[in-house]
Design a binder for this molecule. Sequence first.
Ligand SMILES: NC(=O)c1ccc[n+]([C@@H]2O[C@H](COP(=O)([O-])OP(=O)(O)OC[C@H]3O[C@@H](n4cnc5c(N)ncnc54)[C@H](O)[C@@H]3O)[C@@H](O)[C@H]2O)c1
Length: 254
Amino acid sequence: MRGLKGKTAVVTGGAQGLGKAIAQRLSEEGCQVWILDLRQDVEETANGIRQATGYPVYFAQTDIGQENQIEQAFRRVAEVSGSVDILINNAARFIFKGIEATAQEWKEILDVNIVGTSLVTQHCVPLMKKAGGGAIVNLSSVSGFIGQSSFATYNATKFAIRGLTKCWAIDLNEFKIRVNSVCPGYIRTEAFENSCIQLGIDPEEENARISQLHILGRQGTAEEVSGVVAFVASDDASFMTGEDLMVDGGYLAK
Ligand SMILES: NC(=O)c1ccc[n+]([C@@H]2O[C@H](COP(=O)([O-])OP(=O)(O)OC[C@H]3O[C@@H](n4cnc5c(N)ncnc54)[C@H](O)[C@@H]3O)[C@@H](O)[C@H]2O)c1
């Protein structure tokens, strides 16, 4: 893809799942990648990708729900890399609650998915200005378009991500920063297995049910999303901003 080689990219939530696949793909394209994740094995993931691709992969163990940790992470990014060209806002909490959601549950999911994502972006923008522009890709979802039973807490945040995308596309255009969202259907990552545990359902039965919701008749893979994210971040998507790109196996088309 055009314009990725030699760029500096920050990926939040890149220790596993979609974020890990995105970090890997951007590294394969020749980016210098920073992974920000609260998981302890973030170092292992970064080392594994670096060994596989031969390009620099750094990490900062960061809880994006904590502003002081975000500040600290971007101070390190600035010291080591100087500027940032690409930001992938991928980290998210998965709290599935309906009308019964407590104030604490709302706070927990909003603190990460909305406030955390916004503060990461706020701290990253000065480094993008230093680079003379850049691209931000926010992970929304089919859950950012539709209602799903007992998913109010999660879906509200994925709708909001699309709102942030459109507002930031307007506000950051003067700095030559494009902002888009990528909206996957169901992708079989660790989050899927964890969600089944949280909802008390069998993963294989749920996989069979969910697969039928997609025209392609299956869940997607992380690699089927990471390529699209890399495209949106690349110069091949230079006329795209404020856009939501579906990668949903036809989920919303049914
Ligand atoms: N898997 C799917 O079916 C699916 C579908 C549509 C959209 N998405 C979106 O894709 C993104 C990634 O999902 P996934 O399936 O890879 O999830 P995942 O749970 O497998 O991975 C999420 C990563 O984010 C990290 N993270 C969570 N909270 C964090 C915090 N406070 N600070 C820093 N890191 C944090 C986790 O440690 C983990 O490494 C999310 O934004 C999700 O909403 C996923």
